[in-house]
Design a protein around this ligand. Structure first.
Ligand code: GLC
Ligand code: CA
Length: 554
């Protein structure tokens, strides 16, 4: 594996709308991000991924872009963006933007022109089909519910949208579309961007010609995955994109890739892969059900361990995974991977260490470093997330009561991650002086950045230590490039592994509230990190305390 500039970095995802509001309108913005760069630098972050801040009707919170060359006025101006790039550079940091090119917004100029003249140039930027009364072109269900076909306003045609109807899919088969995408990527890279996170990219290749699949719910529709599993040849698009854009700039790219087959991993993230890296979603997708969120299976500690090790084994030293505990599409990791009654600083730190020490590039999602938790949701009216609103209906249709359906939504809603960042215990958690666009999690008085700043035992301080360890010249090589070998793999509620390089490290997490004993094969040399003040030990036998995590040098 060829070494790359970004391998030893630590990345951080910002959801701009909820990070920091500089002008009191209740919406986070780019000047707000600039004012918090020192906070991120203090944490040890090198790469910052911004969720979309381009002009957008915000039907899917910015993942519906109406202009790829500008900044939404709610988030700031292009001058602000340029300043952010310059300020990041001063601090040795890199900015990634979100590349959302499976679809654009129905308010994008291309789509408007397609409506005006569906037979013209821009009609071919989208997937259009003639409208037939009482019949849809195909029976595919969109990710956010309902059929993927919608009437093309003012015409006798329909257009395809695998996400929301305000997100029409771009026709990647059309070389003109691809040219537009490459031009845009290069335009941003010329500005000094470090690279991109690449949204929903597995959807760009459709199985042609379109046809129906076996319905999988009462609605007579089928999951979009049925079509995607038949689509062949995405590599031609992705390879072309790499060669025409990222590669020329040695830019970093991380793909939102699901359902890749083991034999495809070298193509995706090998030495000349389509992307620098891709996210490991093995834990996030665990327990998913065709039926919907209401039928999801709860992930347990042994499942979590298995998912992580599976992903690690699958990738081996072919390339670098990007490891996450959560992102803007998922509930808070500490609420998902730790039983509610056990969610405390120790267990949060354990989860952090187990994930952070895996081989790959660690991504921290805003607030994760504080141990931010899911937000209590008591009624569907409070919910902003369009996928949660859809899943609420799916749950009701399946016969759940309103109370039960709200419970499902509370568990999995994307709003859980999107509540404002908790900066301090002042009004609105210090996020805004106005009215926040989404309600602040009431636990901000307890969980906030200011309270954790000078506390050496805070979750934030623990994250700082983890980051410092990754950067420590004595251990860096091993933490970044060392192999990963599971240890005591069959032990219940214990997740442990070796990282072996120039040094040998052993990461041990007691994934339960009860104590547990392990006997090391030999003496350890040094304790590099411990989420408890001490280690209870007799010879080589360690009595791990509840949710204790240790990083030992062996
Ligand atoms: C990705 C984004 C998600 C968005 C979807 C459609 O999954 O992360 O937030 O809704 O793509 O763009
Ligand atoms: Ca603002």
């Amino acid at each position: 594996m060829t070494k790359k500039w970004w391998h030893d970095k630590v990345a951080y995802q910002i959801y701009p709308k909820s990070f920091y509001d500089s002008n009191g309108d209740g919406i986070g913005d780019i000047p707000g991000i600039i004012s918090k760069l020192d906070y991120l630098q203090d944490l040890g972050v090198d790469i910052i991924w911004l969720s979309p801040c381009y002009p957008s009707p915000l039907a899917d919170e910015g993942y519906d872009i109406s202009d790829y060359y500008d900044i939404d006025p709610r988030f700031g101006t292009m001058e602000d963006m340029d300043l952010l790039l310059a300020e990041a550079k001063k601090r040795g940091m890199y900015i990634l933007m979100d590349l959302v090119v499976n679809h654009c917004s129905d308010e994008h100029e291309w789509f408007r022109k397609a409506c005006q003249d569906p037979e013209g140039k821009y009609g071919n930027f989208f997937y259009l089909r003639d409208k037939k009364e009482g019949e849809l072109p195909t029976n595919w269900r969109s990710y956010f519910g309902g059929p993927v076909w919608e009437d093309l306003p003012g015409t006798n045609k329909q257009y395809l949208h695998v996400f929301h109807k305000k997100q029409p899919d771009l026709n990647w088969e059309n070389p003109e579309v691809r040219e537009e995408v490459y031009k845009n990527i290069n335009w941003w890279l010329d500005k000094g961007l470090g690279g991109f996170r690449i949204d929903a990219i597995i959807n760009i290749k459709k199985a042609l010609p379109f046809h129906d699949y076996e319905p999988d719910r009462e609605d007579g529709l089928c999951t979009i995955k049925a079509m995607l599993s038949e689509a062949k040849g995405i590599g031609e698009f992705l390879g072309e994109m790499r060669d025409r854009t990222f590669k020329k700039y040695d830019a970093f790219s991380v793909g939102e890739v699901f359902d890749e087959k083991p034999e495809e991993i070298p193509d995706f993230i090998g030495d000349n892969g389509y992307f620098s890296s891709m996210f490991d979603f093995n834990e996030t997708i665990f327990g998913e059900s065709e039926k919907g969120w209401y039928d999801m299976k709860q992930i347990m500690p042994d499942d979590y361990k298995k998912c992580c090790f599976e992903a690690q084994a699958k990738v081996g030293d072919i390339g670098f995974l990007s490891n996450i505990i959560e992102n803007h599409d998922e509930p808070r990791g500490v609420s998902r991977y730790i039983p509610e009654e056990d969610c405390c600083p120790e267990s949060k730190k354990m989860l952090a260490a187990l994930n952070f020490m895996l081989r790959g590039l660690p991504f921290i999602y805003q607030g994760q470093e504080l141990g931010m938790e899911n937000v209590p949701i008591s009624s569907i009216e409070e919910v902003d997330d369009i996928s949660a609103i859809n899943e609420y209906q799916v749950a009701l249709d399946a016969g759940l009561s309103k109370e039960e359906a709200v419970k499902v939504i509370s568990r999995y809603s994307r709003d859980n991650a999107r509540t404002p960042m908790q900066w301090n215990d002042g009004a609105n958690a210090g996020f805004t002086t106005g009215t926040p666009w989404l309600k602040v999690n009431p636990n901000y008085t307890r969980i906030n950045a200011a309270a954790q700043a000078d506390d050496p035992h805070s979750v934030r301080s623990f994250y700082k230590q983890l980051i410092a360890l990754r950067k420590n010249p004595a251990y860096k090589e091993t933490v970044v490039y060392g192999t990963l070998e599971p240890a005591w793999e069959d032990r219940h509620n214990l997740m442990a592994y070796y990282r072996k390089g120039g040094k040998t490290l052993l990461v041990i997490g007691n994934y339960q509230k009860d104590g547990q004993e392990i006997t090391l094969p030999s003496e350890y040399r040094k304790v590099l990190l411990n989420n408890y003040p001490d280690i209870v030990q007799e010879d080589n036998t360690i009595h791990l305390q509840g949710y204790q995590v240790l990083i030992l040098e062996i």
